[in-house]
Design a binder for this molecule. Structure first.
Ligand code: UDP
Length: 472
């Protein structure tokens, strides 16, 4: 091994010997994407970054290692499962996840302490998904620092934080409105995350506890990383900084779709689904600019069959081209022969490279479930949205999209909480060429520019890296 300054050359390969950071994602697509992207940024800045890949997804998650600009290492961590866990008994699942991950993480940290310091300096920091706050206990016991990574907005963080402090009593129902510090307007029940409004009804208590417990030990963390753009919600971020050091470091999307500063950071790189990229892009290439409605409900939402039929009806009735992602597990809810009957105007795929699709000039609007990643991706690429929230934090994101940022509309459910095809069609028409379409497009363009500049996020990342490099 040859060593020069802070670089080691091993078998002809140069390794930057920066401070070592472990990154632990939660095994869901919407949680893997942003934390992996953050990890790449840290590695690009010179930190030695090891991603701990949960065993439950390690067989299907192949990282496409075409990234040359940064040195990431992947190490398997045992999370109690060798394949996708059965989560029907949430308590049992969480118990096993926690005990196995804690033990495995402790073993990994011990390993780094004992072995080959030249190649793998002892980690100085573990960055972990905020859904697993107990990771901090393990990390601290091993004499290391820890920082949670939040994959939801700060508006949503603030709501969960207030519930965790007993300052918002749940379930919040009826016609109540909620007033929270630094949030622009009163929030109606329908604007709040479903875990807060439907607690104990639609979800087991354990599911609610996961989101509320994210704040159980934040005061002991080195800082909180949040995948957000400060200008989107600066007041709330500043308010949260009174409680703990919040670092806005988003949007965590590949550099190609943002600042284009990291030459081969062109996709997320770790997909649990198989994208039909060529089919989508070829099909989009044949469409006119701004003519296509892109529809996706993300990686998890399972729609009521009737709701799926209403979306199908809206797409077949509206006089536009559409690209619809229907995951394999949702396909049986499509109306009979829908795919064939609409093949002249629509393409249905099981999964796509969403960033590539959103960045395509043919896309005119995005009918989205308003998952936080999808929201940030649409903002970063300047695509106006029709919000069709399903559960979790999506209603709150839809509220922000429509009322705070002016970059889309949110569908209005009928008295039964059901969204009709007619309503979806009206919303698509509004965003594509209604009275407010021009304004929404201009706002979307403005936010895109702010996201590309991303000054605060870049500064926060640089500050963290510098601090860690010089920490003893
Ligand atoms: N996604 C994708 N292809 C698809 C649908 C979604 O690559 O066909 C990605 C999307 O870009 C985003 C993630 O999957 O990064 C979904 O995360 P989000 O927070 O929007 O929703 P979730 O899946 O967690 O509900």
């Amino acid at each position: 091994m040859v060593m020069e300054n802070n670089e080691a050359t091993i078998l002809g390969r140069t390794i930057t010997r920066g401070a070592h950071v472990l990154v632990l994602p939660y095994a869901l697509q919407g949680h893997i994407n942003p934390i992996l992207q953050f990890a790449k940024r840290l590695a690009f800045k010179g930190l030695k970054v090891t991603i701990l890949v949960p065993s439950s997804i390690s067989h299907q998650a192949s990282f496409q290692n075409k990234h040359q600009s940064f040195d990431l290492e992947f190490v398997r961590i045992f999370d109690g499962y060798e394949e996708e866990p059965d989560k029907r008994d949430v308590d049992a699942y969480l118990h096993r996840l926690r005990t196995s991950t804690s033990q495995s993480l402790s073993d990994i940290l011990d390993h780094y302490k004992k072995n080959n310091q030249e190649l793998h300096p002892t980690p100085k920091m573990v960055i972990y998904d905020s859904l697993m706050p107990w990771v901090l206990d393990v990390v601290k016991k091993d004499g290391c620092e820890g920082a949670p990574f939040f994959t939801q907005s700060c508006v949503v963080n603030s709501i969960y934080y207030h519930v965790s402090q007993g300052e918002l009593k749940i379930p919040i129902t009826g016609s109540n409105v909620v007033s929270l510090p630094a949030i622009k307007s009163l929030l109606k029940v329908d604007d709040l995350p479903s875990f807060v409004t439907s607690a104990g009804q639609a979800y087991p208590a354990a599911a609610r506890d996961i989101v509320i417990n994210q704040f159980s030990n934040v005061k002991e963390a080195a800082c909180l990383f949040v995948n957000t753009l400060d200008k989107l919600e600066i007041e709330v971020i500043e308010w949260m900084e009174n409680i703990c050091p919040v670092k806005a470091i988003g949007p965590c999307i590949p550099s190609k779709y943002l600042d284009n500063q990291i030459p081969d950071d062109i996709d997320y790189g770790l997909s649990l689904f198989e994208p039909e990229t060529n089919a989508c892009i070829q099909w989009l290439n044949a469409r006119e600019s701004g003519s296509v409605v892109y529809v996706s409900m993300g990686s998890m939402a399972s729609l009521q069959p009737d709701q799926m039929k209403e979306i199908a009806m809206a797409l077949s009735e509206c006089n536009r081209f559409f690209l619809w992602v229907v995951r394999t597990s949702e396909e049986n809810k499509l109306p009979l022969n829908f795919k064939e009957d609409t093949s002249e105007k629509g393409l249905i795929v099981n999964w796509c490279s969403q960033l590539e699709v959103l960045a395509h000039k043919a896309i005119g609007c995005f009918v989205t479930h308003c998952g936080w990643n999808s929201t940030l991706e649409a903002i970063s690429l300047g695509v106006p949205m029709v919000g069709l929230p399903q559960w979790s934090d999506q209603a709150t994101n839809a509220k922000c999209i429509e009322d705070y940022w002016g970059i889309g509309v949110r569908v209005k459910p009928n008295e039964d909480g059901f969204v009709t095809g007619e309503e979806i069609e009206l919303c698509i028409d509004e965003v594509m060429e209604g009275e407010s379409a021009k304004e929404m497009r201009e706002n979307a363009k403005k936010w895109k520019q702010i996201a590309i500049e991303g000054h605060t996020s870049a500064n926060n990342i640089q500050e963290f890296v510098t601090k860690l490099q010089f920490a003893t």
